[in-house]
Ligand binder design. Structure first.
Ligand code: FES
Ligand code: FES
Length: 155
């Protein structure tokens, strides 16, 4: 067991666990942060998508020992606060577009979308949107793409 210290959603956290434990289980089981979802655990489904230092990543595939003390992890729970609002513009667009069906994939979809628009800018193209590989078993892809464009215009 080792002590791991880093930042999550603006809060300094310290956890005791083996170095090999993947960050997704640290977030969910040790820190009680359940927004990032478990789908595959293999960096395929993208249901766990969160941000590390503002960039999208998949914590199911990152051992906690790879996280540095200075790293800032943001999950869906901290996305709005990262822009100083009650809701991030992408969350507003999601609600306005009534995007979610079962909802399971949606935190990861929103986190992927927010990071992509931050990287590419508001004038996001269909080719840019093709970079989002998050799986939605309910098939909400059309509404997701429309919401990303709407959210991008407000970011
Ligand atoms: S649970 Fe992380 S990519 Fe599937
Ligand atoms: S809304 Fe159900 S998996 Fe995407």
């Amino acid at each position: 067991m080792s002590t791991h210290v880093f930042n999550v959603n603006g809060r300094r956290v310290s956890v005791e666990c083996d170095d090999s434990v993947r960050l997704l289980w640290v977030l969910r089981d040790l820190l009680g942060i359940h927004g990032p979802k478990y789908g595959c655990g293999l960096n395929v489904c993208k249901a766990c998508t969160s941000h590390i230092n503002g960039t999208a990543f998949n914590p199911c595939s990152v051992p906690v020992s790879d996280i540095k003390e200075s790293d800032e992890i943001t999950t869906i729970e901290g996305l709005a606060a990262s822009v100083g609002k009650d809701l991030h513009p992408m969350q507003e667009a999601w609600l306005e577009g009534d995007v979610a069906q079962c909802g399971y994939c949606q935190p990861g979809q929103i986190m992927a979308a927010a990071a992509l628009v931050k990287e590419k800018g508001a004038d996001i193209s269909d080719d840019d949107l093709d970079q989002i590989r998050n799986i939605c078993r309910c098939g909400t892809y059309h509404r997701i793409r429309e919401a990303i464009k709407a959210g991008a215009a407000k970011m």
